[in-house]
Design a protein around this ligand. Structure first.
Ligand SMILES: [Zn+2]
Ligand SMILES: [Zn+2]
Length: 342
């Protein structure tokens, strides 16, 4: 198969001919039709994710067609159109048995714990647990971007943040995760304040439903959000993953507000304004993807949405290495998806 591979952290990303993946007895091999570029691919390539051992084929946001089916798989057949959540479950641990595959004790993450989807083929174990069939009218690129950014935003906004119609949602960071949160918040009938350092990203956020947009390079951002929301947001989300951003997001909450940390913070302990957590009785919550069992709700939500508005670039596999390296400098708005692998 053709695939992207790096053999050292932050080293060259090469497009090479590699051996096809082995078919897991309980899993499938998927022909990848679309694979989204996510900031956690950058984290992983830079050596900031403890799960990764090199050499690694990155890619964890995918959709495609089943091409091989293991002997123990009961629910899937060759030709099925499928996706998977970026955090796949084992199916047998306590969390999986309780339905929480997104925090599986023995999780599988393509592109992190095994070779991923910037490749013509990817192997996924425990297929009866992890595969999700695609609605006929959902195209591969739109299905792929559900797999990490959109479902994490859904989990953060709907299930963890418990955002209600009419409430204010403050979204810090308008990359793929943040823009998904903006779209979901607006669709739920909430009011959305979007924060970023890029005017281009804020324009896109406004198009996707943000009522207030705040450029964080132009002054104190928490106060700006409190002013824009008339007293503070009910729910805040750090969709970037930065200690300063997480603190600012917390400080922009109204009393009894809920902060959801969805952007990855893997630089060690994160100082947070716990005095405000006490005096305003704030909640701090985490979001780590979405259980495979909750996808029906997501499909229902996106049925009336145009997810292609989140996708600003469609790339070939050969264009992937340069595009990933460019993400280090936060350039560009919206989501890039590889859709050509030959
Ligand atoms: Zn991701
Ligand atoms: Zn498990």
């Amino acid at each position: 198969m053709r695939a992207a591979i790096y053999r050292e952290f932050a080293g060259p990303i090469l497009i090479e001919e590699l051996p096809d993946p082995e078919l897991p007895v309980d899993g499938v091999v998927i022909e990848v039709k679309a694979s989204g570029l996510c900031r956690s691919d950058v984290h992983g390539w830079e050596g900031r994710d403890p799960d990764i051992e090199v050499p690694m084929v990155p890619g964890h946001e995918l959709a495609g067609v089943v091409r091989g089916v293991g002997a123990e798989v009961r629910s899937w057949k060759v030709g099925d159109r499928v996706t998977v959540p970026f955090c796949c479950g084992c199916g047998v641990c306590e969390q999986c048995r309780a339905g929480n595959t997104q925090i599986c004790d023995d999780y599988f993450q393509p592109g992190f714990t095994a070779w991923g989807s910037f490749a013509q083929l990817v192997a996924i174990p425990a297929a009866d647990v992890n595969l999700i069939g695609l609605p006929d009218d959902l195209d591969y690129p739109e299905a792929a971007i559900l797999g990490c950014r959109f479902i994490t935003a859904y989990r953060a906004v709907v299930e963890r943040g418990r955002l209600r119609p009419g409430e204010w949602l403050a979204v810090y960071g308008c990359g793929g995760l943040g823009l998904s949160a903006v779209m979901i918040g607006a669709t739920l009938g909430a009011r959305v304040a979007a924060v970023d350092i890029s005017d281009e990203a804020l324009v896109l956020a406004r198009e996707l439903g943000a009522e207030a947009t705040i450029n964080a390079t132009r002054g104190e951002v928490s106060d700006a959000v409190i002013t824009a929301t008339g007293g503070g947001a009910h729910v805040s989300i750090d969709a970037l993953g930065n200690a300063g951003v997480a603190a600012a997001a917390l400080l922009s909450l109204a009393k009894l507000g809920r902060h959801v940390q969805a952007g990855l913070l893997n630089e060690g302990p994160t100082p947070l304004p716990m005095d405000a957590v006490i005096s305003r009785e704030l909640e701090i919550l985490g979001s780590h993807g979405l259980s495979v069992h909750r996808y029906d709700d997501v499909f229902e939500l996106v049925a009336d949405l145009d997810l292609s508005r989140l996708i600003t670039r469609r790339l070939t596999l050969d264009e992937f290495p340069a595009a990933l390296e460019a993400m280090r400098t936060f350039s560009g708005a919206g989501i890039s998806v590889v859709t050509e692998f030959d």
